[in-house]
Design a protein around this ligand. Structure first.
Ligand SMILES: O=C(O)C(=O)C[C@@H](O)[C@H](O)[C@H](O)COP(=O)(O)O
Length: 363
């Protein structure tokens, strides 16, 4: 039985997400059916390359004759215009054609940056995601969002650009640091909040066993990918429902920016953002039992060294969110677990109260 998850984003764009241990054969078969074997561009996180050079080279050179490897520094600061420009310069200097594929190998930063590079070189070259972190496997490699950060806000530059395929090889998770597992778990908790609350108890069991050897992790990754796929298929360009995937992010992106990109990880910020959004939902009278966050709280608290404690500054940062309409911040809130909705936020005192509550939880 195939475990692939098929994504259909338009009449002429469909692709598969493979989640399995060792994707080498699937990757070979896929490429052999589609691309010239002459050259492939690999945009790879330098730390991932250091740890997995043999695996990456063996996988890619099984089909491609020339690997053009571009390493990028680890961390959020790589999602910058200057890093994008450097990659574009190197690719154009090397020489590529419109059917030369680019493989993004790494976490969310690598995928977002390399995706935007693939979208812009020659107005678009084929893109394949090889996510190596939990977060990239369950979220950022799916759905075609690419992005760079700007001084004025997170992910403010980018395009929707769908990959030809996603190969999530869970063997990469064997070297994943604990902080990265925790970061990825936040997006799974998000899927629990907006769609499948049963994920909360599944994740609670798995949180003390951070190993992809556990088949239950693979199932949770597949289930998360299915949820994201369902939503993206319904609303590929985020005209409506897709914004629900932003639950916790309106707050989280503001936190990342005010704390300084990288000092609080994306997942840590999203977890805190979900606490703020849940508090806000409860203040509006929605009956939500927020003790589901309790088992995870200490994991996130121990990672976040210094939590920004200026609610006004955080609210200012929320005003550059991409969902802002007519100068009004649009929050993703919950009527109950599994039932998200968009709420224009006109009451800034409630927003401040949500921030103050969240700041208290982390100090
Ligand atoms: O794919 C989406 O849509 C999401 O919103 C998923 C988010 O988890 C992800 O972090 C995304 O990159 C945030 O996008 P943005 O549009 O808020 O920048």
């Amino acid at each position: 039985m195939s475990h692939n998850i098929d994504v259909s984003v338009s009449l002429n764009k469909r692709y598969s997400i493979h989640v399995e241990k060792n994707v080498e054969k699937a990757f070979f078969d896929f490429c052999a059916d589609r691309y010239s074997k002459e050259k492939v561009i690999l945009v790879v996180d330098e730390k991932v390359y250091e740890l997995h050079e043999t695996k990456i080279e063996s996988m890619c050179s099984r089909y491609f004759e020339n690997l053009f490897v571009l390493k990028i520094p680890q961390g959020e600061s790589s999602k910058s215009l200057s890093q994008w420009q450097q990659l574009v310069n190197e690719i154009l200097a090397e020489g590529v054609e419109r059917n030369t594929p680019l493989v993004a190998i790494g976490g969310g930063v690598t995928g977002d940056l390399a995706g935007y590079v693939a979208a812009s070189v020659l107005r678009g070259i084929p893109l394949i995601h090889l996510p190596t972190t939990l977060l990239a496997m369950v979220d950022s490699s799916i759905g075609g969002k690419t992005g760079l950060n700007h001084d004025t806000g997170k992910n403010l530059i980018g395009a929707f650009y769908q990959p030809d395929a996603v190969f999530a090889d869970v063997e990469f998770l064997e070297t994943l640091e604990q902080r990265e597992w925790i970061t990825g778990m936040a997006e799974i908790i998000k899927y629990g909040a907006i769609r499948s609350p049963e994920l909360f108890s599944q994740l609670e069991k798995l949180k003390d066993n951070l190993s992809a050897d556990d088949g239950e992790w693979i199932e949770v990754i597949r289930e998360s990918a299915r949820i994201k796929t369902d939503i993206v298929q319904e609303d590929t360009l985020e005209a409506g429902k897709r914004a629900h995937l932003n639950f916790g992010h309106t707050f989280g992106h503001a936190l990342e920016r005010v704390a300084g990109y990288g000092s609080i990880s994306h997942g840590e910020a999203v977890f805190a953002g979900m606490i703020a959004a849940t508090y806000f939902s409860k203040e509006l009278g929605h009956p939500i039992d927020d003790t589901v966050f309790t088992p995870f709280m200490s994991l996130y608290k121990q990672q976040i060294q210094s939590f920004p404690s200026q609610p006004d500054k955080l609210i200012e940062a929320m005003k550059t969110d991409k969902k802002v309409k007519n100068n009004i911040i649009q929050l993703v809130l919950l009527k109950e677990w599994g039932s998200p909705y968009i709420k224009p936020c006109t009451d800034l005192s409630k927003l401040k109260a949500a921030w103050n509550y969240t700041i208290d939880q982390f100090n």
